[in-house]
Design a protein around this ligand. Structure first.
Ligand SMILES: NC(=O)C1=CN([C@@H]2O[C@H](COP(=O)(O)OP(=O)(O)OC[C@H]3O[C@@H](n4cnc5c(N)ncnc54)[C@H](OP(=O)(O)O)[C@@H]3O)[C@@H](O)[C@H]2O)C=CC1
Ligand SMILES: O=C(O)[C@@H]1CCC=N1
Length: 272
């Protein structure tokens, strides 16, 4: 892919995941700068991935072709204010923040940005990310392509045509790794309660999760219900487990949780 100079403003969990995946995919580390106030954040990034780091947001953004806004939503306004003096006209700006609209970002940076909103997730760290992308009006095909290439270097992508759909991406992908971790945590805890060591329980759970996910990927012609039915022998153990999940309205719980993620994103759009 095209090697542009990229500044990540904010070097936390998500920026680190993208940077790790990018560098592993062959992106030149010396084209990447990550900024954070604390040395403890910056040092491991420089050490592990060979990228430049600094606490100088203004210099990093000024030197970059592409500015990735990767701070917490509640800090975005404060972080953007000093950057208002920059000329963003030749730059592509990518925001990965949840709950901050393009219109708000234009206000925060006091200009009409050439902006793509991206909603990634942390498995980008290992090249297995899932990102949603929304290009604001006027983003040229080259910049769209660059944003797509960038996120494809760390996983799969899904373009959305309406900005509001980014909140749906949060619910279905951005936040989703945490749902699966939670499910695995609960399974691990019960496996321990049933007598396995923490290590054994973790292996039982993680290998089953990996196997299930890979079965889904390897069998695109089979819908998810069919894969489930293949495990569920009539009158057997799985049927009882599934009946218990259904009795406790697992589907409704999942739907409510995803709706709660969307509601929170909408609420954040008003707060920050
Ligand atoms: N985590 C996730 O799975 C996902 C997160 N996102 C979005 O990514 C963004 C970042 O989230 P996440 O990585 O989890 O958050 P983190 O808290 O892990 O990272 C935030 C980073 O911002 C840095 N920071 C704080 N103040 C400044 C400043 N003034 N200038 C520059 N950097 C600063 C922090 O540095 P320091 O530690 O030194 O203070 C830290 O490196 C959020 O907007 C979130 O919505 C989107 C999708 C998924
Ligand atoms: O929890 C959050 O707000 C961010 C956005 C998606 C995942 N983490």
């Amino acid at each position: 892919m095209e090697q542009r100079t990229i500044a990540f403003i904010g070097a936390g969990n998500m920026a680190r995941s993208i940077i790790a995946g990018l560098v592993a995919s062959g992106y030149a580390p010396d084209k990447i700068t990550a900024t954070a106030p604390s040395e403890t954040r910056r040092e491991p990034l420089a050490r592990d991935y060979g990228v430049h780091t600094t606490d100088d947001n203004l210099q990093a953004a000024s030197d970059a072709d592409v500015v990735v806004l990767a701070v917490k939503p509640q800090l975005m306004e404060e972080v953007c204010r000093p950057l208002q003096i920059l000329d963003f006209s030749g730059k592509l700006v990518i925001s990965i923040a949840a709950g901050i609209s393009a219109e708000r970002l234009n206000q925060m940076l006091a200009t009409q940005l050439n902006l793509v909103r991206v909603m990634p997730n942390t498995p980008s760290l290992i090249g297995k990310g899932m990102s949603g992308l929304y290009a604001t009006e006027g983003v040229n095909p080259n910049d769209r392509q660059f944003a797509a290439d960038l996120m494809q270097a760390v996983g799969k992508i899904c373009w959305v045509g309406e900005e509001s759909q980014i909140n749906g991406i949060i619910a279905a992908a951005g936040s989703a790794p945490a749902y699966f971790f939670l499910f695995m945590e609960a399974m691990q805890a019960e496996a321990i309660a049933q007598g396995f060591s923490a290590e054994q329980a973790r292996q039982l759970v993680q290998q089953s999760a990996l196997g299930a996910a890979e079965m889904v990927v390897a069998n695109p012609e089979l819908d998810l219900a069919t894969l489930r039915e293949q495990v569920t022998s009539k009158g057997g153990t799985t049927a009882e487990a599934i009946r218990t999940f259904n009795e406790h309205q697992l589907s409704d719980t999942v739907a409510s949780a995803m709706q709660a993620a969307v509601s929170r994103a909408r609420e954040m759009e008003k707060l920050f």
